[in-house]
Design a protein around this ligand. Structure first.
Ligand SMILES: [Zn+2]
Length: 396
């Protein structure tokens, strides 16, 4: 398919994409509490009505019975699928409603931007996914892609993992994947992992008028905070592309009364992993640091997400880069600093990247908004990349 053709098709479909994005934004799907159901049902009905002749459209009641996900794959064989497109239905809550300049669920368009909770992260891209088959029309790519609309991404609840298990059971062998999270159209073939640690620093309680008879857990925890901050500075040398390993103390809790020397202080550490760091090594590093301060403490892992890295020479990376360049899109290779469900796709051996319109800074913010022009360029490049990837003579 020639570039000019693709641009015409996108131009024709783009009004519908914006309408769909506005519909999706107007159906709240906040997580917490995990209210994706109505939005999932909208996606399901819409896809089923338009694509039932070509595709199986499924409401998947896993991993949560009352929070269905949506999956679409070719009727005549899931083994034809070369590329899977992934997005999540849930959004973070709107936060302080009164701080918004427009209703977060009214999907207002102003000065070339679409406003609303989920406009960037990531309902506008879900709308692009929902129309991509129409745009590709008779091209092979239009008959053999798979779409995943996952729940529970914002709280790492494994929606995409459950979809992959389901599709593997049906015989999915996709080689490439794309998670359409907002990267400002930078091609992220790597993604930072994270480790969350809880440290309980122990002390000894006593009357505050005689502090020398006790051990002040808050003062000891303060030494740890100080040391962790210096440790964070030392991590910069491990940066990879834009992914800098980070270490921040994000919660601190201690003390029971104004006149009691506290016997416990709890701190929570958010540690963003470098691309080549692993959890075990990082946990040991933090333990060694705390040991060097001679603290009495207990450390627990609260949660973790792995870093992701795929081959920069993968066809999907190359084709997307070329498509962007051809369209005059200002892009580059990059590393995504936050966790996404791409972790699950890459773990399945799928060469999968994160790429999409809109910036991450805007994602969970008040007055979240996306540039409509940038979304159109996302659609152009996505369609061109898919057409090219399916035209290549590759063995699956
Ligand atoms: Zn997201």
């Amino acid at each position: 398919m020639a570039l000019a053709n693709i641009k015409d098709r996108v131009d024709d479909a783009f009004g519908k994409i914006i309408d769909t994005a506005r519909d999706l934004i107007s159906i709240p799907s906040r997580n917490p509490p995990g209210e994706e159901r109505r939005c999932a049902e909208y996606i399901y009905s819409n896809l089923k009505e338009r694509y039932e002749h070509l595709y199986n459209v499924v409401l998947l009641h896993k991993p949560f019975e009352h929070r269905p996900q949506v999956v679409m794959y070719p009727k005549d064989g899931i083994d034809r699928v070369r590329v899977v497109l992934n997005g999540h239905i849930d959004t973070v809550p709107e936060g302080d409603y009164n701080a918004w300049h427009t209703d977060p669920f009214s999907a207002t368009i102003k000065d070339g931007y679409l406003y609303g909770r989920g406009s960037v992260d990531m309902k506008s891209s879900l709308a692009v996914m929902m129309h991509i088959v129409d745009i590709l029309q008779e091209h092979e790519a239009s008959k053999s892609i798979a779409l995943m609309f996952a729940v529970g991404e914002e709280r790492a609840e494994g929606g995409t993992y459950a979809i992959l298990e389901y599709m593997k059971g049906l015989g999915l062998k996709a080689k490439y994947g794309l998670v359409l999270e907002p990267t400002a159209l930078k091609i992220c073939y790597a993604q930072q992992g994270a480790l969350w640690l809880r440290v309980k620093v122990k002390g000894k309680a006593t009357h505050a008028s005689l502090p020398e008879h006790g051990i002040n857990a808050i003062e000891h925890a303060a030494r740890a905070v100080d040391a962790l901050s210096k440790y964070a500075d030392s991590l910069r040398v491990r940066a990879y592309e834009e992914c800098i390993p980070r270490c921040s103390v994000t919660m601190l809790r201690g003390g029971i009364k104004e006149n009691v020397i506290p016997d416990e202080c709890e701190l929570v550490i958010d540690r963003r992993l470098g691309i080549k760091e692993n959890h075990e090594h990082v946990r040991k590093e933090v333990e060694e640091l705390l040991n060097s301060l001679r603290l009495d403490y207990k450390l627990d892992i609260m949660a973790r997400r792995d870093s992701v890295l795929i081959d920069k020479n993968s066809h999907i990376v190359e084709q997307l880069y070329d498509a962007c360049k051809e369209l005059g899109i200002d892009t580059c290779y990059s590393c995504f600093p936050a966790s996404t469900d791409n972790e699950y796709l890459v773990k399945e051996g799928i060469e999968s990247i994160v790429w999409g319109a809109g910036s991450l800074e805007n994602a969970h913010a008040i007055d979240e908004h996306i540039s409509i022009k940038e979304l159109k360029y996302e659609t152009y490049a996505l369609a061109l990349m898919l057409a090219r990837l399916y035209s290549m003579n590759l063995s699956l």
